[in-house]
Write a protein that binds this ligand. Structure first.
Ligand SMILES: Cc1ncc(COP(=O)(O)O)c(C=O)c1O
Length: 437
């Protein structure tokens, strides 16, 4: 971003009006936003959420409750925008890089992902991220997108809509019969055997919301790279980001799509795509952006943008609920302060506790692998003789918020996370035990 939009329009009356604006609006917001609280113990972390204390919340992965640092950032941006909608938004989007808030969010996100800010594209949901990637790929008749039967509606539909539009084909394979007994070698072997010369893209999910299994993405990526013509790897990473100790930018995904409004606790309606420069260059944008100067300059000069496609060019433009997008940085800072390893091991330990307890209940069948390497923060299970919807309903009657997986074959799910304690996991187990008789 060598030239700002304001500099470009420097001779225009609108720009002169803006030039007279206070330049310290951002500094005012920063001054009004409290520093991060002490997050060194899990009680303090739990205290950041305004969850209804009369329930035990085991479905927090569905959509985040905003923790205090995110609420404070949201409120500061909201106040600034309500006071000065034009001045604040104009300054934060179109002035110099030091004031550019989307850029600051990208840099904060990149720090967490272990990559570069310019490789982060801000979107509004996992669904939007997946759709932008699949529709952006240069697919054509004769190309195949391989995926699995285990992925989410949003992923399958993104592939279906993109392949229908481009004339490419889509194929779904089963990675395992029993998720609970699946192994990394078997999953990798099954994927390898399914790849054909026309397979251009492989679309998979890091942590499945159907069964809770976590796929070994690094090993799958290494297998793909050993092939003579490796397909591109698209990963729906929404239930791994914020729950698994990983460096996403080096994990091996060509395109990593994830909502940040689940495990990351960023504001509702926030998400990302990460890819490296080479992979961004392969894509075609679907929606005009408000982030890249070259796109704008090219438009004013009535020519196509020059240079390679990039993350900024892919980020959907139009004015958004910016207080949400910009307060996402607070959630990433919060995770940074809690520590990725610490967060992942807390989630793993609560889930281990739950799985160990469920394994001891005779009528319970678990669908999530016991191994922490093949699971993360979701536990899917059935109680013999009970429909999953009834299990969830009866747990709710005991003030335990579980959920059913929204797939053709649904299971009951409990997802212990940072908002829960070991005592709450015991309460959930006691409730399941009483339902199972
Ligand atoms: C695996 C998976 N992918 C995608 C989605 C959709 O996420 P979003 O609401 O961010 O579009 C979900 C929803 O929970 C999901 O479980």
């Amino acid at each position: 971003m060598a030239l700002t939009r304001r500099q470009l329009l420097a001779a225009s009356p609108a720009a002169l009006a803006v030039a007279a604006a206070p330049t310290s609006l951002l500094a005012q917001v920063a001054a009004q936003t409290p520093a991060l609280p002490d997050l060194s113990n899990w009680d303090n972390v739990r205290a950041q959420f305004e969850l209804d204390p009369s329930y035990r919340h085991f479905s927090s992965f569905f959509i985040a409750s905003h923790p205090a640092p995110v609420r404070a950032a949201l409120e500061s941006y909201r106040r600034a925008m309500d006071a000065n909608p034009f001045l604040f938004v104009e300054q934060s989007l179109f002035e110099d890089e030091a004031h550019n808030l989307p850029l600051q969010v990208c840099n904060e996100v990149a720090g967490y992902l272990g990559g570069r800010g310019e490789d982060v594209c801000l979107t509004r949901s996992t669904t939007e991220s997946l759709a932008l990637v699949y529709h952006g790929l240069p697919l054509k008749a004769g190309d195949e997108v391989l995926t699995t039967v285990h992925d989410h509606f949003s992923h399958h539909e993104s592939i279906r809509l993109a392949t229908e539009r481009t004339g490419a084909s889509m194929r779904k394979i089963k990675l395992f019969d029993e998720s609970a007994n699946a192994s990394a070698d078997q999953i990798i072997g099954t994927l390898k055997a399914a790849i054909r010369p026309q397979t251009r893209v492989l679309g998979i999910t890091w942590v499945h919301s159907s069964t809770g299994i976590r796929l070994p993405i690094r090993e799958i990526s290494a297998m793909l790279r050993s092939l003579p013509q490796p397909p591109l790897l698209v990963v729906d990473g929404v239930h791994g980001l914020g729950s698994v100790d990983e460096t996403v930018a080096t994990m091996g995904a060509d395109y990593f799509c994830a909502g940040t409004h689940k495990w990351m606790f960023a504001p509702r309606g926030t998400a990302l795509i990460w890819a490296n420069a080479q992979n961004w260059a392969r894509l075609h944008p679907m929606v005009p952006n408000f982030s890249e100067m070259e796109s704008y300059v090219a438009w004013t000069e009535d020519r196509p943008p020059s240079g390679a496609n990039n993350a900024a060019r892919m980020s959907p433009g139009g004015f958004h609920a910016y207080e949400h997008q910009w307060a996402a940085a607070a959630a990433f800072r919060m995770h940074g302060q809690m520590g990725k390893t610490r967060v992942a091991s807390r989630i793993a330990s609560l889930n281990d506790q739950l799985k160990a307890g469920l394994a001891g209940i005779p009528k319970v069948k678990m669908h999530t692998p016991r191994s922490p390497a093949l699971s993360a923060g979701l536990v899917a299970f059935e109680i013999e003789g009970m429909a999953p919807q009834d299990v969830v309903k009866q747990l709710l009657a005991k003030r335990i918020i579980a959920s059913t997986s929204p797939y053709a074959v649904p299971y009951a799910r409990l997802a212990p996370s940072l908002v829960n304690s070991p005592a709450e996991v015991d309460e959930a187990l006691a409730a399941v035990r009483s339902l199972a008789g």
